[in-house]
Design a binder for this molecule. Structure first.
Ligand code: S3P
Ligand code: PEP
Length: 463
């Protein structure tokens, strides 16, 4: 087990002094596996019959919580180091839910949206009474539409919000249901991922405000199909809601390589842009459902140069760092780090389409305005995002409010603003357990991947 990553207790510790860059950051940074990829693969392997192996998987607080939840449901999950991989874990999953053991069992969701939203629909297929709870922040995040939908599909549930108990009946009838997923796309993904095990499968349509994080629904569909499920999708059209249909049927056990987490690459790529530097992320996939694929283009809009080289994604600072006006509804997790760059830019920014960030690990819109405001930043919370006006900044102590992405965002600002200190840097362990060490290695070298960094980065063909 990773020390400390599964506990919700915040241990008071000295704040982490965010290092200031003494010059342009030049580094090759290998980032750990995708949280979303790992936790979907774990769920699908748990529901399949047979043994699955997941290479390069993430081993962090959120994925350890997922492994713990699946073990509680009677699934065998073991972790081994990935053979030959510089980072990552190989999870070995012995699928088949423990339908016969009767429970009661408990699932700790921590503050992992993927655990809280993906495991209840699976628990309904067991014969256990499963009680779900999590960190105080998770209790406040959207869940009720998922529980209502599960009830409608035939699951037996006590409670409308966390904590709640699912009384597994060994089967769920399934059928058609409407969900308001405007608070989180995960409310739909959670239904779809378990749907092949429901008697009639599941048909879900979204009715409500704007659906956030659309690429994650594509990831759910792609991963379900790769595991052998039959899925049909109908996009929103002429006033009709988008619909997803998953047919009942068995899932295959699978061996799969998990992609690097492109969201976890964001602070490192931003470090290049903030310091006039040059950062390469190896193993960046050419084709991916991860919304983080949009990050290089967003950084280019701020003046950076991005290029997918045979060695990975290379991002270099260009002439200046400019403000950004963008709709980030599909790629909301990038908003905090882009805000860090926006406060350092030479012109104002407007980040739109991200009202749902109020419902993430913390209210990210308020937190960014308040906490970066301590540095003197001029950030206004708008109806659906942030308006940022660059002004001179000073150092201060910042609280990430138990939000990994906020902690990493403060580290980016700290590269350019002396005297930034971050409380509870260990909160980065939600997705990037080695963050402080990786950040130090990025700044001081030697680089994390010596066989690549010993060579020059790809030649500059930009003229
Ligand atoms: O399905 C997923 O793996 C995720 C979906 C998104 O959630 P929301 O739709 O709640 O934004 C994203 O923010 C989260 O980090 C991961
Ligand atoms: C919103 C996030 O996480 P979660 O999976 O807990 O929703 C995130 O990682 O930015």
């Amino acid at each position: 087990m990773l020390e400390g990553v599964t506990t919700a207790t915040r241990v008071p510790a000295d704040p982490w002094p965010a290092p200031t860059a003494s010059g342009p950051v030049r580094a090759v940074v290998r980032v750990p596996g995708s949280k979303s990829g790992t936790n979907r693969a774990l769920i699908l392997a748990a529901a399949a019959d047979g043994v699955s192996r997941l290479r390069g998987a993430l081993r962090s607080r959120d994925t350890l919580l997922m492994a713990g939840a699946l073990r509680a449901l009677g699934v065998g999950v073991d972790a081994e180091p990935s053979p030959g991989a510089a980072t990552g874990t190989e999870w070995v999953v012995r699928g088949g839910l423990g339908r016969g053991d009767g429970g009661p069992v408990a699932v700790d969701c921590g503050n992992a949206g993927t655990v809280a939203r993906f495991t209840p629909a699976l628990a309904a297929l067991t014969r256990a009474d499963t009680r779900f709870d999590g960190d105080p922040q998770m209790r406040a995040r959207p869940l009720t539409p998922l529980l209502d939908a599960l009830r409608h599909l035939g699951a037996v549930i006590d409670g409308d919000a966390m904590p709640f108990t699912i009384h597994g009946q060994g089967r769920v009838p399934g059928g058609s249901v409407t969900v308001d997923a405007s608070g989180s796309s995960q409310l739909i993904s959670g239904l779809l991922l378990a749907a092949p095990g429901y008697d009639r499968g599941v048909e879900v349509s979204h009715v409500g405000g704007r659906l956030p994080s659309g690429p994650y629904l594509d990831m759910t569909v792609t991963d379900l199909r790769a595991a052998g499920a039959t899925v049909e999708t109908t996009p929103a059209y002429a006033g009709r809601p988008p619909v997803w249909r998953v047919a009942p049927g068995p899932l295959r056990a699978h061996d799969r390589a998990i992609e690097p987490d492109l969201n976890s690459a964001a602070p490192f790529l931003a470090a290049a842009v903030a310091t006039g530097g040059d950062v390469l992320i190896p193993d960046w996939p050419e084709v991916t459902t991860q919304p983080g694929r949009m990050l290089p283009a967003l950084l280019e809009q701020m003046g950076a140069r991005a290029e997918l080289t045979p060695m990975g994604m290379r991002v270099r600072a260009g002439d200046g760092l400019h403000g950004l006006d963008a709709d980030l509804g599909d790629v909301g997790e990038a908003a905090p780090v882009l805000t860090a760059l926006a406060v350092l830019a030479d012109s104002p920014s407007r980040l739109r389409g991200i009202a749902h960030l109020r419902l993430h690990e913390t209210d990210r819109l308020a937190a960014l305005a308040d906490q970066l405001g301590r540095l003197g930043a001029d950030i206004t919370v708008t109806e659906d995002g942030l308006a940022i006006r660059p002004v001179p900044l000073r150092g201060a102590r910042l609280d990430p409010l138990a939000d990994h992405r906020l902690a990493m965002t403060y580290a980016v600002v700290g590269l350019a603003v002396p005297g930034v200190a971050v409380d509870d840097i260990a909160t980065t362990g939600k997705t990037v357990p080695e963050f402080p060490a990786m950040w130090a290695a990025m700044l001081t070298g030697p680089s994390l991947v010596s066989d690549v960094t010993d060579q020059p980065l790809a030649p500059d063909n930009s003229g």
